[in-house]
Design a protein around this ligand. Sequence first.
Ligand code: CP
Length: 314
Amino acid sequence: MALHSKHLLGLENVPKVDIQSILDAAVSFKEILERPIPKVPTLRHVTVVNLFFENSTRTRISFELAEKRLSADVVNFSASSSSVSKGETLIDTVRNLEAMKIDLVVMRHPMPGAPQLLAKHCSSKVINAGDGSHEHPTQALLDMMTIRETFGNFEDLRITIVGDISHSRVALSNIHGLQTMGAKVAVCGPPTLIPRALEKLGVKIYYDVDEAIANSDVLNVLRIQKERQEDGLFPSIREYHTLYGITRERMKNASRELVILHPGPINRGVELDGEVADGPQSVILQQVTNGVAVRMAILFLLSRGEGGRDELGS
Ligand code: CP
């Protein structure tokens, strides 16, 4: 089944059936990735441009791998070495790329709403790979795949997102996606890093991390987004770690079933201690593996019927 939207711009208003389709297809693609030759011809006639205006390790490489595993033609665009540095606008840049006959744009941009702008003014399909502090839908979907692998489903699962919620695109996409799937979503952090408006979305707010740990099945731990926040939102990194850091000591009070996620990059010793990040309750590298499968699923479902094949592979 194709998705209800031509683009994947965020998870707000994405129906449950579409999230289910993406997660189910990702399971099949993960099996393909475990084969001796992890490649299928599914997107052989599809051209994808990866347009990154912001740094990335996981998302950029995982999209490129997903595209190559599906046999798409791939072009990587870096803003610093392009004519954007000479003053060309985003829309002009993409219209010029489209004149070279591309099908799909994967874009990361520091401006919230940039992918929506692109989708409005260009004819290609657009996948949001993170827009400022707004949404990061593919990250949330790979988080959800990892949670589903552990627990089987989302119904009434207690998932708490810990850290800098105000500046996090991962938090918002997770809240939308997980609530759609029936999970109970909470956030935890200092009051200065949590928008009060989240209560209106039905999100529980914890200011005490030990209370959050005691009442959660999953902790999704976020980094402090120094690059997006003004100074003075908390006294110091050291104090943040003391009050909100997920440490081995704190984990002694957690249930053995508590699962630790982190989207990366991790600032070890700040939001998460290395011993916990590398410990038995961490599924952080499983998230990274699932990122390739989830992105293959999204590329496949968005390309269905237009250049892309209808079956997953062979
Ligand atoms: N999780 C995530 O988006 O990581 P990158 O910034 O390295 O892509």
